[in-house]
Design a protein around this ligand. Structure first.
Ligand SMILES: *Cc1c(COP(=O)(O)O)cnc(C)c1O
Length: 369
């Protein structure tokens, strides 16, 4: 039926926001293909391949309360523990359903069709989604060849309409983390009324010297908001818990944009228990970081130009060859993440990583030697 149908009960589609046409939907990491006789590995979502600590799963069971009752909306116990550990006030914290909800809320409180948002690219796929949905003009500033933010270009992109800047450290998917000195120098070029979100979803895995620390940065800058999550190093992605740290004026704004009762009591209890075991969580994150360094090193030995990896993943800048590489991994029962400009491989069990290394070696000799 090609002619417009104006009759009652027409099948025309509802009028959705025009901004929906300006960005793609979020595409989650693929599940690995099942192949007889081969264990499969999902290295496509930056999940933690270690299980949560036993004390954390115990806390989940212990806090499985009457589901007819809403959870604690303010996540008071969790915020209290976070405040103590970070040396901040509970009024400077908000707990949300993963850092994802925070990214949505941050754009809701800053962005509309009259504003501009600046973020690096490639970076986390939710940035175009949330800023695009708000109707904001999206200024994607390409990362440098070494995968680092181009902070000079990001500063140069600021206009009167800029309302939100997002920094991602370590940057998903390229890998490098931001240094404290470069971020502080960058902030001298950002007007005080522009909100700067620092997304530290992977900070526990970072091992380089002199890196930015969002907690210190927020203390010095009322326009900075720190975004963190329990999904990655704490291995609680399935429970959806994240938090923001910012000055109270920003938190007050965020509280108007977050969903009431979003984080269940079970999730709050698990995050709290995991936080109480932060030292163990940190040891495990550093173990994963060591596997990451070895894996990145092995790829560089094959000849690949791998950017500095500071998260629980490694970036292969494959360009046009990304899909072919992804397919070759799928044939080995390994799911990796093809992001168009390259392929991101999450750190997982050694067997899966070894299979990726074998694919990479064959690929390199076929295309570059
Ligand atoms: C995984 C991730 C998040 C958030 O994940 P949640 O599970 O929603 O907490 C935020 N930012 C980046 C860069 C990520 O990779």
């Amino acid at each position: 039926m090609n002619s417009p149908d104006t009759s009652a009960g027409s099948t025309s589609t509802p009028r959705l926001r025009a901004s929906l046409k300006t960005f793609p939907p979020y595409v989650p990491g693929k599940a690995p293909k099942r192949i007889d006789g081969l264990a499969s590995f999902k290295l496509s979502s930056n999940e933690n391949y270690l299980e949560p600590l036993p004390a954390v799963t115990d806390a989940m069971v212990a806090h499985a309360k009457n589901p007819a009752v809403y959870p604690d909306d303010g996540a008071l116990a969790l915020r209290t523990e976070l405040a103590e550990r970070l040396g901040v006030s509970i009024d400077e914290l908000v707990v949300t359903t993963g850092a994802s909800e925070l990214l949505v809320a941050l754009t809701q409180i800053t962005s509309d069709a009259t504003t501009e948002a600046i973020y690096p690219w490639p970076s986390f796929e939710m940035y175009p989604q949330t800023t695009g949905l708000a109707g904001s003009k999206r200024i994607e500033v390409p990362v440098r060849d070494d995968g680092r933010h181009d902070l000079d270009a990001m500063a140069a992109a600021i206009t009167d309409r800029t309302s939100l800047i997002i920094l991602c450290s370590p940057n998903n998917p390229t890998g490098p983390a931001l240094r404290d000195d470069e971020v502080r120098q960058f902030l001298t070029q950002v007007p005080d009324h522009v909100l700067v979100a620092l997304d530290e979803a992977y900070w526990e895995f970072a091992t380089a010297e002199g890196l930015v620390n969002g907690v210190d940065l927020v203390a010095d800058h009322p326009n900075v908001v720190l975004v963190r999550t329990f999904s990655k190093a704490h291995a609680l992605a399935g429970l959806r818990v994240g938090y923001a740290l910012a000055h109270t004026a920003v938190i007050q704004g965020l509280l108007k944009a977050v969903i009431p009762f979003g984080v269940t009591d079970i999730s709050q209890a698990a995050a709290l228990e995991s936080l109480r075991h932060s030292e163990e969580v940190d040891v495990r994150a550093k173990e994963i970081a060591a596997v990451r360094d070895e894996f990145a090193h092995a790829l560089r030995d094959q000849g690949w130009d791998v950017p500095e990896a500071q998260g629980n993943f490694v970036w292969l800048p494959l360009g046009q060859l990304s899909s072919a590489f992804e397919d070759a991994c799928v044939e080995q029962a390994v799911a990796v993440r093809n992001l168009g400009d390259g392929v991101r491989i999450s750190i997982g069990e050694q067997e899966g990583l070894d299979r990726v290394l074998a694919v990479a070696a064959a690929f390199y000799s076929e295309h570059f030697d």
